[in-house]
Design a binder for this molecule. Structure first.
Ligand code: TZP
Ligand code: MG
Length: 214
């Protein structure tokens, strides 16, 4: 699937650890999705490393309902649940189901993205049936357990030289560093904590990022 206005420059990843566990979880999810869409976000990933399949599916259904068709929704790790929840694609890592196997599950119309952390993985990913390649962590991050070594801006430049597919940079990126990361060759900046950290205002923060890229 393609984006009419080009690959979105901002790719927020909503990690389920930032959601309340109680009865207001689904209203909060709906509110967050609406806020981000209003802010101009066009691509959003949902990532849940701890929850059951039932929880992930229920959350995904809430997000789809709130997003309508204007927001492209990607599910981390679970191609079958992405199909079931009518998401627009799936994102897989190096320890997950292969991109080709994910593609076989979601079909030709949905998006498949893959994470890479080094040259060998980039080389392989460029030949896989994926719509974008993520490279990271660019900077140190506290949002991922056991992150791979930091690749830095140099890693983003290198990644750019290996692929013409849309390149997503991830890991510790802030509003202060976003432009440098773009200048190093990333088409898109994926962020978790810079948008969803507690006490922040995700809609406002997303708008700030998008303004930086205009
Ligand atoms: N993959 C590499 S770094 C990372 C993932 C999922 C976490 C990014 O989160 P943050 O808070 O934007 O550093
Ligand atoms: Mg994964």
């Amino acid at each position: 699937m393609g984006f009419k206005e080009g690959f979105p420059a901002l790719y927020p990843i909503l990690d389920a650890s930032f959601l309340p566990a109680g009865g207001d979880r689904h209203s909060r999810l709906g509110q967050l999705v609406a806020e981000l869409a209003d802010a101009g976000v066009r691509l959003l990933q949902y990532r849940n490393k701890q929850g059951s399949e039932a929880e992930i599916l229920a959350d995904a259904h809430s997000m789809r309902a709130a997003a309508g068709s204007g927001l492209t929704l990607i599910l981390n790790d679970w191609p079958d649940l992405a199909v079931e929840a009518d998401f627009d694609g799936v994102h897989v890592g190096q320890q997950d189901i292969s991109p080709a196997a994910a593609r076989a599950i979601v079909g030709g119309e949905k998006m498949v993205g893959v994470s890479t952390h080094n040259e060998a993985q980039l080389r392989a990913a460029d030949g896989e049936p994926v719509d974008y390649i993520a490279i990271g962590p660019v900077f140190s991050t506290s949002s991922k357990e056991n992150p791979d070594p930091v690749v830095g801006l140099e890693g983003v430049r290198l990644a750019r030289s290996y692929t013409r597919k849309p390149l997503v940079a991830i890991g510790g990126i802030t509003r202060e560093t976003a432009l440098q990361v773009r200048d190093a060759g990333a088409d898109s900046i994926a962020v978790i904590s810079a948008i969803f950290a507690p006490q922040g205002n995700p809609g406002k923060l997303a708008k700030d990022f998008i303004r930086i890229f205009l």
